[in-house]
Design a binder for this molecule. Structure first.
Ligand code: ZN
Length: 160
């Protein structure tokens, strides 16, 4: 038997003002996007903004439904739109933020496991990292250089 260890590495910025302009602009786009979230059941609005290698910015926000499992996260709304309309164009970065109706979010919001899996596969097939920039309403910003940092040992197999 051997013991394995996993280490997660990311950068922590005190607030969005510490980001470089490109990252700050992408986060601003994500913040604007969450205003269009359809979150009538949770009151938890999430915005995502993708920066593509061609310079395009793709926005997504969470879309809820009265049949709850039919709802979709902001990250996957943006990613699926991207892949449907810009096939073969690499995703360079994704900025994710959220706003809740009940409390002020002072910590970065992390993507759910399903979104991590989807991002991980897109990262793998494009063969370049997707940087993740995470922020709450205020406070620290976390930047992960690759999805792998947030989803080590992602599901993948050559059997499918
Ligand atoms: Zn998700």
């Amino acid at each position: 038997m051997r013991k394995g260890d996993l280490n997660i590495s990311y950068r922590i910025y005190a607030n969005a003002a510490e980001l470089d302009k490109s990252d700050a602009d992408l986060m601003l786009a994500a913040e604007k996007s969450l205003g269009n979230a359809y979150a009538r059941y949770s009151g938890f609005k999430v915005g995502a903004a993708l920066l593509l290698e061609n310079g395009e910015i793709i926005l997504g926000n969470n879309q809820e439904n009265i049949a709850f499992p039919s709802s979709m996260c902001a990250e996957r709304v943006a990613l699926y739109y991207c892949k449907a309309n810009y096939p073969g164009v690499k995703v360079i970065k994704i900025a994710i933020t959220a706003k809740a109706s009940s409390v002020k979010l002072m910590e970065p919001v992390s993507p759910c496991g399903a979104c991590r899996q989807v991002m991980s596969e897109y990262e793998r097939i494009q063969n370049t990292n997707i940087e993740m920039i995470l922020k709450g309403e205020e406070g620290e910003v976390f930047i992960f250089d690759t999805v792998t940092e947030l989803l080590p040992l992602a599901f993948e197999t050559k059997a499918l």
